[in-house]
Design a binder for this molecule. Structure first.
Ligand code: SF4
Ligand code: MG
Length: 330
């Protein structure tokens, strides 16, 4: 399979008021193949959203700063692009949907206006053609009364409908990569499932790849081909989805999986991982998970573990594997 996106050794810092620097993303490397669905999971504050904003070149600079690394789309480094060149990529080659569509939709323009605007920005079409395409896109995302909805304003639609519109806009120029940052988190459970199904259908029909950012392991299980687990600015484990669920290695991945509801769990009593993600301005020496890790050894508190390759598709950043001892099965 061909590589679409390759992020190499990405380091992002934020300049703090007290003169210190926060390492928000620290030495992150990964790739996404054409047409693949890759999930980036972790608790909030792990650097997932900052990673995706930097791919879109939407990171606020300053206070953000890309200290080092490359972000290659089809072999070309997006970080070298001028702003104008990047505006041809954004919304065209790569598009993004967010948790709250209300923040990306403009309240003063109609739905039709906003889809047409997105089409006309990247395609040479007449106003009429753009309008026709908008109606088709709305129908494609399951909005049956599209002719009516194109004349409506965002506040007239439900949350689920607005997210459908966002998906229509995101897919309007057949992007090679769709970045979806917690796209269903703000929705009702029943609507969540519909939106997930819709995203997967659109991805298939438009031959796009998806980078799916979520904190929800059950969403990962349903959508992803491959999973990357992020903790405190680093990817700590990466594997094919089945392998990650059957054979998780990193103690943090194991802890995350335990927070997944199963059919017989009382949702009110779901376990959560004790402790918090350390803030990026106060990272511990050594392994960043050490303060919360039940397997922590002396070296974990002093030395940051390297990424170890367990097999071709499975990597882990943990000292337990530097002497190739595996944890006992769950
Ligand atoms: Fe736990 Fe040590 Fe592995 Fe970190 S390196 S996850 S502290 S065992
Ligand atoms: Mg986020």
């Amino acid at each position: 399979k061909q590589i679409l996106l390759e992020v190499r050794n990405l380091k992002i810092q934020f300049q703090l008021k007290n003169g210190k620097k926060a390492k928000v993303v620290d030495d992150v490397s990964f790739s996404i193949h054409k047409g693949e669905t890759v999930a980036l999971v972790g608790e909030s504050g792990s650097g997932k959203s900052i990673t995706s904003l930097s791919i879109m070149r939407l990171l606020p600079i300053p206070p953000g700063e890309i200290a080092s690394g490359t972000i290659l789309l089809n072999g070309k480094n997006l970080l070298d692009y001028k702003n104008k060149e990047m505006s041809h990529i954004r919304g065209n080659e790569i598009s993004m949907i967010f948790q709250e569509p209300m923040t990306s939709l403009d309240p003063v323009f109609t739905i039709g206006n906003q889809i047409m605007e997105s089409i006309k920005r990247h395609q040479k079409v007449s106003k009429n053609e753009a309008r026709e395409k908008s109606i088709l896109l709305l129908k494609e995302v399951g909005i049956a009364n599209a002719e009516k909805v194109i004349g409506e304003y965002p506040h007239q639609l439900s949350g689920g409908m607005r997210q459908r519109v966002m998906i229509a806009i995101a897919m309007s120029n057949n992007p090679q990569l769709l970045i979806a940052d917690e796209p269903t988190t703000a929705l009702d459970v029943t609507v969540q499932a519909q939106i997930l199904n819709l995203m997967m259908k659109m991805k298939k029909d438009h031959h796009s790849a998806i980078l799916f950012i979520t904190h929800d392991m059950s969403v990962v299980a349903e959508t992803a081909d491959r999973v990357m687990v992020m903790y405190a600015g680093q990817i700590v484990e990466e594997a094919l989805v089945k392998e990650l669920f059957l054979n998780p290695q990193h103690p943090y991945t194991r802890a995350l999986l335990k927070t997944m509801p199963s059919l017989d769990t009382d949702v009110e009593r779901l376990p959560s991982i004790p402790g918090i993600v350390p803030p990026a301005y106060a990272l511990p020496d050594g392994c960043r998970f050490a303060p919360r890790c039940q397997f922590a050894m002396d070296q974990c508190h002093t030395t940051l573990p390297e990424v170890l390759v367990i097999d071709e598709a499975h990597k882990v950043r943990c000292h337990l594997f530097s002497f190739s001892s595996k944890l006992p099965p769950l």
